[in-house]
Design a protein around this ligand. Structure first.
Ligand SMILES: Cc1cc2nc3c(=O)[nH]c(=O)nc-3n(C[C@H](O)[C@H](O)[C@H](O)COP(=O)(O)OP(=O)(O)OC[C@H]3O[C@@H](n4cnc5c(N)ncnc54)[C@H](O)[C@@H]3O)c2cc1C
Ligand SMILES: *[C@@H]1O[C@H](CO)[C@@H](O)[C@H](O)[C@H]1NC(C)=O
Ligand SMILES: *[C@@H]1O[C@H](CO)[C@@H](O)[C@H](O)[C@H]1NC(C)=O
Ligand SMILES: *[C@@H]1O[C@H](CO)[C@@H](O)[C@H](O)[C@H]1NC(C)=O
Length: 535
C-alpha cells in the first residue's frame, strides 16, 4: 500500500477556502483546482495552466484520443483521466510530478501510447495522464555518432533525423514509426537490426529522468543501478524518462529487403522447419521475420490454410544474400528478382509498409504521427528455446485454422543477442531461438466480439504451452499482456509482482525490486504491472 504524505498546509487552507466560498465542488473539480494551484506556485512559467486539460476542456477528448493506438481502449466505457498534462519542457514535468504527489493522485505516463493494454492512458481509479508528446527534441551528432532523443519523439522521427545528417548511420529499434521512444526503450526495443546490433537498450549511453522527488537526473547523478533499470525494466516504475542518449550504428549505403510467401500446399511447413534452423544462426546481418496467418485457401474452395511469409532485411547487397541463403535456406528459393536493393531509410519505410514504399512514400512520411489503424487488437508473447517439430507445427496449424483469426510473428534471435549476458540489462531473453508474438486485430468493437477474440488468443496461448519456454514461461514486457498477471490497483503487492516479474525479467526481477525500493519506496510510480516495492 502506498504511504501517503500529509497534504501541505497551503493546499489544505486553499481547499477549505474554496469549499467555504462556493457550492460544493465535485471531487474532480477540487482536485483540478488544487493541482493547478500547486503548478502555478511551483513553476514560475506564467503559461503553465495552458498545459493542463481537465475533462471540461473542449480539447480534452482530442488530446486523449490523439495517442490512443488501440481501439479496444477508445470506447465510452473506457475509464478516463481527470486531467491530462502536456509538459513542454523538463521543469513542467518536474512540477507535474511534485504536484500530483502533493494532491495525492496517481499519474500514468504516456509517450507514444502504443502500450498493447493501453495502460499508459487507462486506469481503474482516479488518475491524470502525463503526456510527453511535446517533448520531442532530437539532436543528432554525426561526428561523435550519438543522438539525444527526448521521450516524446517517435521512432520514425529518430530514423528521419539521423537520415537527414547521414545515409550510412541508423539505430536498432522498432519497426512501427509511430511507437514512442519513452515506452519503447524503457522496455528493451528491438527491430530489424537486433541480430547485428542487439536491442535499443544495448545502444543507450545516457538518459535523463525526473525522479519521485521531482529531481532531474542524468546517468551520473542517478547512478548505475537506476540507469540499468531504465534500460529494459519497463516504463513507469522508476520515474519519468525525459530523454535517452543513443549510440548510432553504421549501416551500408545499400541494403536488401524481400518477402516470400508459401501456403501449406506450397510447402509452408517444411519452410518453417528450415526457418527455425537458419534464421537464428545465419549471418547476423540477416533478419528474417516469419509471419503465420490462417487465410482462405485458393486451392481448395471453402477451406482454410496457413500462409507463412518470410519478411527480411539484409545489411548488404542482393547478390550476397541470395548466395548465403541459397546455401543455407534452399527451401526459401530466394532469387535476385525477389529482392529490392534500397537505402536504409527506404528499407525502414518498406519494412513497416511495403505498399507505401511501392507507391513512392518519401522519408518525410516517417514524421507522420497519425498513420495507425484504429482497429481493436490483442498481443501476447512467448520465447522458443528448441525448434518446434514438424508434427507439432501441423497440430498448431490445425488449431490456428480452427480458431480462425489469431496469427503469429516469429522474430529470430542469435547473433549479437546471444553474446550479451542475460544480466547486462533487465531484458533477460538473450539465448532463445526466437520470440513469438500472438497477434489478432478485428473490426467489430462490440464487447461480445472483443471477448471472443481475447478468448481465441488465450486458447492458442494455452495450446502452445508444450512448445515454449517454461519455469518461467517468458514474455516480452513491450508486448504488454495483462493475462499473465496483474497487480491489483492500490495493492501492488510483491507477491503479485513476482508472477509477471519472473516472466518478463527472469532472474533480473530481484535486482529491479531492490532498485525500485531504493528510488521510489512509497510506490508513487506504479501501474498494473510495475515493479513492486519489497515489503
Ligand atoms: C503498432 C505497434 C508496433 C510495434 N512494434 C514494435 C517493434 O517493432 N519492436 C518492439 O520492441 N516493440 C514494438 N511494439 C511495442 C512497443 O515497443 C511498446 O508498446 C512500447 O512500450 C510503446 O512505447 P510508447 O511510448 O509508444 O507507449 P506508451 O503507451 O506511451 O508507454 C508504454 C509504457 O511505458 C510507460 N512510459 C511511456 N513513456 C514513459 C516515459 N517517458 N517515462 C517512463 N515511462 C514511460 C507507460 O506508462 C507505459 O507503461 C509495437 C507496438 C505497436 C502498437
Ligand atoms: C517546487 O517544488 C520542489 C519540491 O518541493 C521545490 O524543491 C522547488 O523549489 C519548488 N519550485 C518553486 C518554484 O517553488
Ligand atoms: C477513437 O475515437 C475517435 C472518435 O470517436 C476517432 O476519431 C479515433 O480515430 C479513434 N482512435 C482509435 C485508435 O480508435
Ligand atoms: C457473440 O460472439 C460469438 C462469437 O464469439 C457469436 O457466435 C455470437 O453470435 C455473438 N453474440 C451476439 C449477441 O452478438
Amino acid at each position: 500500500m502506498a504511504k501517503t504524505k500529509p497534504i501541505s498546509l497551503t493546499f489544505f487552507l486553499l481547499s477549505v477556502f474554496f469549499c467555504a466560498t462556493f457550492a460544493a465542488p465535485t471531487p474532480s473539480q477540487s482536485l483540478y483546482t488544487s493541482f493547478l494551484q500547486c503548478l502555478k506556485q511551483n513553476n514560475t512559467d506564467p503559461t503553465i495552466s495552458n498545459i493542463v486539460f481537465p475533462q471540461t476542456n473542449p480539447s480534452f477528448s482530442t488530446v486523449l484520443q490523439n495517442y490512443i493506438r488501440n481501439a479496444r481502449f477508445n470506447t465510452s466505457s473506457t475509464p478516463k483521466p481527470l486531467i491530462i498534462v502536456t509538459p513542454k519542457n523538463p521543469s513542467q514535468v518536474q512540477s507535474t510530478v511534485i504536484c500530483a504527489k502533493n494532491v495525492k493522485i496517481q499519474i500514468k505516463i504516456r509517450s507514444g501510447g502504443h502500450d498493447y493494454e493501453g495502460i499508459s492512458y487507462v486506469n481503474h481509479s482516479p488518475f491524470i495522464i502525463l503526456d510527453m508528446f511535446n517533448l520531442r527534441t532530437i539532436n543528432v551528432d554525426i561526428k561523435n555518432e550519438v543522438a539525444y532523443i527526448q521521450a516524446g519523439s517517435t521512432l520514425g522521427e529518430v530514423y528521419y533525423r539521423i537520415y537527414e545528417k547521414s545515409k550510412v548511420h541508423g539505430f536498432p529499434a522498432g519497426v512501427c514509426p509511430t511507437v514512442g521512444v519513452g515506452g519503447h526503450i524503457s522496455g528493451g526495443g528491438y527491430g530489424t537490426m537486433l541480430r547485428k546490433f542487439g536491442l535499443s537498450v544495448d545502444n543507450v549511453i545516457d538518459a535523463e529522468i525526473v525522479d519521485v522527488k521531482g529531481r532531474l537526473l542524468n546517468r551520473k547523478s542517478m547512478g548505475e543501478d537506476l540507469f540499468w533499470a531504465i534500460r529494459g525494466g519497463g516504463g513507469a516504475s522508476f520515474g519519468v524518462v525525459l530523454s535517452y542518449t543513443i549510440k548510432l550504428v553504421p549501416v551500408p549505403a545499400t541494403v536488401t529487403v524481400f518477402r516470400i510467401e508459401k501456403t501449406l500446399d506450397e510447402g509452408a511447413t517444411d519452410l518453417v522447419v528450415q526457418w527455425q534452423q537458419v534464421a537464428p544462426t545465419t549471418d547476423d546481418r540477416i533478419f528474417m521475420r516469419l509471419l503465420l496467418q490462417p487465410i482462405t485457401s485458393k486451392v481448395a474452395k471453402g477451406t482454410k490454410t496457413i500462409r507463412a511469409s518470410v519478411v527480411a532485411m539484409f545489411l548488404g547487397g542482393a547478390d550476397e544474400v541470395v548466395e548465403i541463403l541459397g546455401k543455407e535456406f534452399p527451401l526459401l528459393g530466394l532469387k535476385k528478382q525477389d529482392c529490392i536493393e534500397l537505402s536504409w531509410i527506404n528499407a525502414v519505410i518498406w519494412y513497416n509498409d511495403a505498399d507505401a514504399f511501392t507507391s513512392g512514400a518519401k522519408p518525410e512520411s516517417l514524421l507522420d504521427r497519425n498513420v495507425n489503424s484504429a482497429s481493436p487488437g490483442k498481443r501476447k508473447s512467448d520465447y522458443v528455446q528448441k525448434p518446434i517439430s514438424k508434427e507439432a507445427l501441423e497440430l498448431i496449424w490445425k488449431k490456428m485454422i480452427e480458431l480462425g483469426k489469431v496469427g503469429f510473428v516469429f522474430n529470430p534471435y542469435g547473433g549479437k543477442m546471444a553474446k550479451i549476458p542475460a544480466d547486462a540489462t533487465p531484458f533477460p531473453h538473450r539465448t532463445d531461438l526466437f520470440k513469438v508474438q500472438f497477434s489478432v486485430n478485428w473490426k467489430d468493437p462490440s464487447p461480445n466480439a472483443t471477448l471472443g477474440f481475447l478468448e481465441q488468443a488465450k486458447t492458442l496461448y494455452s495450446f502452445m504451452t508444450p512448445y515454449v519456454s517454461k519455469n518461467p514461461r517468458s514474455a516480452y514486457i513491450n508486448y504488454r499482456d495483462l493475462d499473465i498477471g496483474i497487480n491489483s490497483f492500490g495493492k501492488n503487492s510483491y507477491q503479485e509482482g513476482q508472477v509477471y516479474g519472473a516472466k518478463y525479467f527472469n532472474n533480473n526481477f530481484d535486482r529491479l525490486v531492490k532498485i525500485k525500493t531504493a528510488v521510489d519506496p512509497d510506490n508513487f510510480f506504479r501501474n498494473e504491472q510495475s515493479i513492486p516495492v519489497h515489503p
